[in-house]
Design a binder for this molecule. Sequence first.
Ligand code: CP
Length: 306
Amino acid sequence: MPRNIIDVTDLTVKEINELIDTAEDIAANPEKYREACRYKQLATLFFEPSTRTRLSFESAMLALGGSVLGFSEANSSSAAKGETVGDTIHTVSCYADIIAMRHPKEGAPYAAAQYTEVPIINAGDGGHNHPTQTLTDLLTIHREKGRLGGFTIGFCGDLKFGRTVHSLVNALCRYEDVNFVLISPLELKLPRYVKEEALKKRGIPYKQTDSLEAVMPDLDILYMTRVQRERFFNEEDYLRLKDSYILTPEKLERAKADLSILHPLPRVNEISVAVDKDPRAAYWKQVKNGKFIRMALILKLLDIQV
Ligand code: CP
């Protein structure tokens, strides 16, 4: 059976820490890895739009000396003719050594994994999970803070549909001494199943609030998120909620001097462009880290040692 990454908990904490070590080595010595995946092929199957995830996967495989194939929208594949995800994956696994797949339906990568002989990576499934964004976030936190635990992290924005939040909460609750602050409007609270499975079951305390200003001074990490327009059932609700939080330099005046601001991107309005100049803004570094950690993950799943 191939090793698949459908959920971040498919990796142990030890494996995540090893991936971070490999990603650090890749960042420091990229030339060492230049031929590591020679003759290997990565397929990127994106049934939903993406900039960072798809291109960082492709850039990662190219930097490892491999090659890439795939599609960036469902309409350019035979899904448009009614082909099932299972048949698409069965087909692509005849051409590629490893598959990264994004799909608007929750659980689609899990279903797809039943039809493949090659490793499959969930590159985001609906409003559910996004494990490789989480690996990117963990690498970024590790690089910014020097540790993965012993801090207070605030998740702000659309915690209901934000799949990156669900995966990161699931990952961080396995580390020591992480305090969770959940900042959202009432309608966009973290789903009960994430709270139950990740936090309550482990007895991890958390705070819920709708006021970013009130908790700002407590935070070591602020994880901002976009309100996910594509997951709303009606436009009216989206328009009412979309600007619930807008991070500005003024709001950051009450934040810690060593706060780290993360955002999986894309952003819409929730972080003012003026914040980009703040040394606490880590989201552009986060984009770069996404390539290093995906390189490390590809090597691991293909069982390639460098
Ligand atoms: N963070 C993230 O998943 O970005 P894309 O949607 O651009 O891939």
